[in-house]
Design a protein around this ligand. Structure first.
Ligand SMILES: [Ca+2]
Ligand SMILES: [Ca+2]
Length: 422
């Protein structure tokens, strides 16, 4: 000061000191606000992680709580720094121009450095924790997936074994051991639900594809049309025509390849049997909504069948139709096969088989006219040839499904046609 008095007046020196002091108070105020904000953010993240931990699996919860603890400590450090800055600013305000500016400046710089270093350290710790948690989660998911796959495969193979041990391969009916639903929890904690059903209880859409048609038999397209009507579609003719054009080998019809190209579909008719349900959705008139159950029109509604319960899709070309098992088929399917005007025959079969599974079609002779029997005989059987497995395995919120299509030969050997895990 003594030196400065030689060059500046006392008021000029005083004004400069005020400016520097005001500037440092401003810096301290900003640091206080910044550390307060960072502390608040850390506490918010901590709270979010604690809430999130309530809805996740046990091992993920532990990792989340550990991360939440790191954020909590970081938040407390920021809070302490905020208090320190507040005290420094208050002390500077009360001391006014007095005090040692250079010393305070150095302390302020040290505090800023400490703040930056603490922030960087917290970020590094958090990053390493997140990466470690993600790796553990990935490994955990792989292990869980392997357990689910093993459980599904094991359960499905047991079900196939049961199917191959059927006491009578010439007759299949509701309530046989192979049709028992499996619902169990294994020792490794995996819950399994498995249902094995015969596909012959429904009418196979690919019967339309039978090469050369069914001699003297009812056209399969006509049966599909009646089933659609029983399921509440009162204008099925165009859809069935589109289905026929899709699978028949020629390109002559109203819904052949030209139709799809003219409508910008980007594909043409396959002119062969349907391979899967998604392919059926490509055919004009079919959509996911079409297969959804329709609301009842009355308490007793004879046209309230469910299409997915009435139609099957067994891929592959064939020279004879896949028959419907009269022992397991629903009333709506039987009505479709015998014709809408013969609904009483379906009713008779459903009542008859309650006490006596049909070992042959002979018991139908009194109720089915001979001419009609000749027409529908190729579509009827008392045993099932195709079966499907629907299974689901779950553990700790993770789940895996299995769809399989099986073919059981006359001697009991079971062939797996499709095996899809999803
Ligand atoms: Ca059987
Ligand atoms: Ca065609």
């Amino acid at each position: 000061m003594a030196v400065m008095k030689g060059f500046y007046s006392e008021s000029e020196v005083s004004s400069g000191v005020h400016r520097r002091s005001g500037h440092r108070r401003s810096v301290l105020r900003r640091m206080r606000v910044l550390s307060g904000l960072l502390a608040g953010m850390c506490f918010l993240i901590t709270a979010g992680m604690i809430v999130g931990a309530l809805f996740v699996s046990c091992d993920t919860r532990i990792r989340l709580l550990f991360l939440a603890g790191s954020y909590l400590v970081t938040g407390v450090i920021f809070l302490l720094l905020r208090l320190l800055f507040a005290r420094r600013a208050e002390a500077r305000h009360s001391s006014g121009r007095r005090g040692t500016h250079s010393e305070s400046g150095r302390r302020g710089s040290v505090l800023v450095m400490v703040l930056v270093l603490v922030t960087l350290a917290a970020l590094l710790v958090t990053e390493s924790q997140v990466i470690a948690a993600l790796r553990m989660r990935l490994e955990g998911a792989r292990l869980r997936n392997a357990c689910l796959r093993a459980a599904l495969t094991d359960s499905a193979l047991r079900a196939i074994e049961r199917l191959g041990r059927d006491r009578d391969f010439t007759v299949d009916y509701i309530g046989e051991e192979w049709g028992r639903t499996v619902e169990t929890t294994r020792q490794d904690g995996v819950a399994v639900f498995l249902k094995l059903e015969d596909e012959n209880r429904r009418f196979d859409v690919n019967n339309i594809f039978v090469a050369g048609g069914v001699p003297n038999g009812r056209p399969a397209a006509e049966i599909v049309q009646d089933i659609m009507t029983v399921c509440g579609d009162f204008t099925p003719i165009t859809r069935v025509q589109a289905l026929r054009d899709w699978v028949d080998p020629d390109e002559e019809g109203f819904r052949e390849s030209d139709f799809y190209r003219d409508h910008g579909a980007g594909y043409g008719c396959r002119n062969r049997w349907l391979a899967c349900w998604p392919e059926l959705l490509l055919v004009d008139g079919f959509s996911r909504d079409y297969f959804r159950p329709r609301p009842r029109r009355a308490v007793v509604d004879p046209f309230h069948g469910r299409l997915l319960e009435c139609l099957a899709l067994i891929p592959g070309g064939r020279t004879r139709p896949v028959a419907v098992n009269v022992n397991t088929a629903g009333r709506d399917v039987l009505t479709g096969v015998f014709g809408l005007e013969n609904a009483q025959i379906a009713e008779y079969i459903v009542n008859f088989r309650r006490d006596h599974p049909l070992a042959s079609l002979a018991p139908l002779t009194p109720v089915v006219p001979e001419r009609l029997m000749k027409r529908v005989r190729p579509y009827l059987a008392v045993r099932s040839e195709f079966f499907s497995i629907r299974a689901r395995a779950s553990r700790e919120g993770a789940a895996l499904g299995l769809r399989a299509l099986l073919r059981r030969k006359d001697g009991g050997g079971v062939q797996v046609l499709q095996w899809v895990m999803m």
